[in-house]
Design a protein around this ligand. Structure first.
Ligand code: ADP
Ligand code: MG
Length: 323
């Protein structure tokens, strides 16, 4: 079982970035209003995610680290109705298989919290511990027991860049959560968590960007999109500023990119790309999130419908505000 965990870990855990992604998504799924993300040396030697969410009840702590342990899905049909970010129950097991993990967690109803330490999939300690409501999980020395994978990690500065990009996306996609990001002891980002997308853009991209965004809100049939799109003159030279979320999950999708870009086409300079933060709310049955285990890619049941929807939504928003 240990080997299986190690191999399977490769699917979910590729880098410090994927660890931060999984753990932060867990925090958000646990209804945290604030999440602190700390990394050192690009996350290779140290990652700590602290949230003020629900915590894990003492009797479930050990189980949470078992493969396919998820509290978020009870029946297979639930796969069609996934609204939480996580659902596979793989992340904690995978991360603990390839690092040194320590978790402190406490629910509101408990008097004392729980501390668990797991190294390379083996429980080292499991005990009562005094701690605050919520969860704090520390991941040290990623891939210390898998040299072949450790070798493929990039330099700390590069890994840290990937983590920073990810944290920015999370902050943009979840303006309702105060995200505090500390890299090598320095606060890099601290969002307000006031549920205002424009404020989130202000913290992540700066004042000019925040002042260059137009609100968008459009609904048709089973789809509803809301968020912000950049004024055409505030365009960029690459797609890095295209932020798409589906039910709060950051994803990349060529159909949506094309639809939005086409709606801008007559207004943008050649070779320039729009800036947007769009959140699509849709019945989970309309999307297949199983395309990639890291869940960055999804496939829609009906691409043409999705294209038309986004094209119309953006064209309308541009028309209303540019006129
Ligand atoms: P998944 O998120 O797919 O359910 P994980 O392996 O990421 O699987 O987490 C396993 C379980 O541990 C979750 O279903 C949840 O019940 C619990 N859990 C993990 N992280 C947290 C957290 N930060 N706060 C509360 N519960 C958590
Ligand atoms: Mg998870």
């Amino acid at each position: 079982a240990k080997t299986i965990n190690k191999i399977a870990a490769g699917e979910v855990v590729e880098s410090p970035k994927s660890v931060v992604k999984e753990l932060t998504e867990n925090a958000i799924d646990a209804n945290a209003g604030s999440v602190t993300i700390e990394i050192k040396e690009g996350g290779i030697s140290y990652i700590r995610i602290t949230d003020n969410g629900t915590g894990i009840p003492k009797e479930q702590v050990k189980e949470a680290f078992l493969r396919h342990a998820t509290s978020k899905m009870s029946q297979i049909e639930d796969l069609e109705h996934i609204f939480t970010l996580g659902f596979r129950g793989e992340a904690l097991a995978s991360i603990a298989a390839v690092a040194q993990v320590e978790m402190l967690t406490k629910t509101r109803d408990e008097e004392t919290g729980t501390r668990i330490v797991i190294h390379a999939g083996e429980i080292q300690e499991l005990e009562d511990a005094a701690c605050r409501e919520g969860t704090s999980i520390t991941v040290r020395n990623l891939f210390y027991n898998v040299p072949a994978r450790r070798k493929f990690l990039k330099k700390p500065a590069t890994e840290s860049g990937y983590v920073s990009d990810l944290v920015n996306k999370i902050a943009l996609g979840h303006p309702e959560v105060a995200i505090h990001y500390i890299n090598n002891g320095n606060t890099v980002l601290h969002t307000a968590g006031n549920n205002d997308p424009k404020t989130a853009v202000f913290y992540v991209y700066g004042k000019d960007a925040a002042n260059s965004m137009l609100p968008i809100s459009y609904r048709k049939g089973e789809y509803a999109v809301s968020g912000l799109i950049g004024k055409p003159e505030f365009c960029r030279a690459n797609r890095n500023y295209e932020n798409l979320f589906i039910n709060g999950r950051f994803i990349k999708n060529p159909v949506v990119s094309a639809a939005v870009e086409d709606a801008y086409k007559t207004k943008l300079l050649i070779g320039k790309f729009p800036v947007f933060v769009l959140n699509l709310a849709v019945e989970p049955a309309q999307v297949d999130v199983n395309v990639h285990p890291a869940k960055l890619e999804v496939r829609f049941k009906n691409d043409d419908e999705v294209y038309e929807f986004f094209y119309n939504a953006v064209a309308k928003a541009l028309q209303e505000t540019v006129l």
